[in-house]
Design a protein around this ligand. Sequence first.
Ligand code: ZN
Length: 392
Amino acid sequence: MDSQNLDRHPQLYFPDGDIALFATKPAPKDGGQQRYLVFRIHKFLLRHHSETFANMIADANAETDTVYDGVPLVEMHGDNAEDLAAMLSYMYNPSYVLTPISLPLLPLNSFRAITFKRHDPNTPLLASGVIRLADKYCLQSLHDHLVAQVVSDWPTTLHEWDVLQGEIAAVWKLALTAAHPPFGGLPSDGAFCDLVPEPVAAIRFAQEFGCPQILPAAFYQLAHIGLAADWRLRDHPGDPPDRAAKRDALARWSMLGEENLLRCLRGFQELDEYFPPIRTFLCARCQPPEGEDGDEDEVARDTGGPGCYAALHRMISTLGTGRRGSKRDPIALLLQCVELRDQAEEIDRRIGKSKDSLCEECWDTFEEQALVERERVWDSLPRFFSLFGENP
Ligand SMILES: [Zn+2]
């Protein structure tokens, strides 16, 4: 190793360190010479955190033929310098980690919390390399910490899902009310996709690192992103920039893999074919005769009038085929329908009772039962997407 190619890490190079480790830096973009990052650290800390490191140090002591700056120099074969920096800084201060080198530079002495930016679509990718390294050197606590970081960005209950959707809607609305055009036209203006978690990276992460509890939400989120809204648009938005590149959630579709694609096809079909069980939403008085379920016009004809069944069928059909928010999203659709009650009452008050409105008893029943149905749909997501079976 030519010491000319070694760059000392700005923080993890301690004058009283008694061992030097070095690892490969990312390959220079201009095709220049490969450079390495060297860390001068303390053996006791490595031994304290990891048995693998303890053995490695014992070997290094036995054959101290390579010395750098007066201490043994050990090459970390196959390790990425950025990931190694994150792991070592975790050892020195388990609550903090260095900013990955590839991110915009912070002042040299600034450590930042190991907590990634909340909802950062890159978190699963940034964390993956460090976790693989943590596994290699048996640092279970770092593994657990980073997995928990990714999991915390994804809802695991319907309540958490609703909170996340509320936050995403707020982010969207804020952009619309800003002084500048939403997410602008320049790369520097930022994009909506940078502010919301990205499902495909999360799915791959969950499958590699064993946190399947986030899979239902991630697949369900993916169901609402079109194939055209590919992550490539983020870096190559076109000229003029594609609207989707700035204002839509994007997905890393190409990372999905064959088995997950099958899961998507199955889940999307289930969601496309889903229609709420209208009978359970109506009061006892307004139930159509048995066997009358079906198209609202049919039922209206057979039951001798529009009635509550037909009105609710029409409401759900209309909102369900609407452009925004409700397609393949029965969980949002049911909530939107319930929210219509206030508006319907306002319209009734102003311009008279609409023939399409529900009776009071049906509204009461619907309000209650729609929430039960939303929970049922949420609980069905693992089955829709064949998440926990043998085969997708
Ligand atoms: Zn009714």
